[in-house]
Design a protein around this ligand. Sequence first.
Ligand SMILES: O=C(O)CCC(=O)C(=O)O
Ligand SMILES: [Fe+2]
Length: 319
Amino acid sequence: MSESQTAVDLPILDISQPLDSSSLSSISEACKTWGFFLISNHGISKDVYMRLCMLSKQLFGLPSDTKLELGPLSSTKTYTPHFIASPFFESLRVAGPNFFASAQSSANILFDQQSLEFSEILQEYGSKMAELSKKIIEVLLMCLGDGFEKKYYESEFKNCHGYLRIINYTPPQSLENEVEGLGMHTDMSCVTIVYQDEIGGLQVRSKEGKWMDISPFEGTLVVNIGDMLQAWSNEKFRSSEHRVILKKPANRLSLAFFWCFEDEKVILAPDEVVGEGNMKLYKPFVCLDYLKFRENNVKGKFEKVGFTVKDFAGIRLQI
Ligand SMILES: O=C(O)CCC(=O)C(=O)O
Ligand SMILES: [Fe+2]
């Protein structure tokens, strides 16, 4: 089957404009069906993106021993080396809200001379992502109900925080079989914003279990719903399984920004979000307890063992 036949057609939200009712309904629908949509006019210039890519490539090009000084066994634990997520995957985590300081502490260990450029650009990118995340949460609250952004933004989402993962996928040796760069998973965040390069390979699993391409689309970023928001919205939004397939013998770079509830938050869908006559699908749970639950399980393998947010806090009907 050709690529175009399996690509999913996602709505594009112009995040710089006030929302009209037709885009609100297409975003609602996409979040329900796919848990994914695209945003345009996001305010990240091509120049900032290119500079960040260049610096990231430099960083991942360093010798393995150097990178390992950042993790996973070192005190910083910001670097995830190959073979943890997959043989092709490596990543660097930069934590907010002070992205500058977080990037600087990694750069100090990696680079001999001070790399101010790296930290400055990450501060710019990270703070822009935090701003976008806030806007996206407001839009999603509007999707859930009239006036809900006023009602719930301050009381529920104001302590959200974000972190960035710069991901490098090294090219596979052979492309004869489909190669997974990152196995099937759901994100634990409220929302994730992904800047994927032109290589492609990000896929979402349909409710029927079919893998669909999320093709790169110039000028847009990919937004997806995570487990925290699936639970908080009582499944009005879907946290979909997704993965990355390596189809080309080329390096792939992506920037994934995760916007999450604070660790101590108790996640519980408000009655009004659940809606009259509907059942609550999740027991209240503490955010950090879910994160720990996921950490203690082997990464990936969602099909085999139950460890989604549904398994953790879902209310099961007695039949
Ligand atoms: O690399 C990508 O395009 C997506 C990465 C992703 O799904 C993740 O890091 O959770
Ligand atoms: Fe993901």
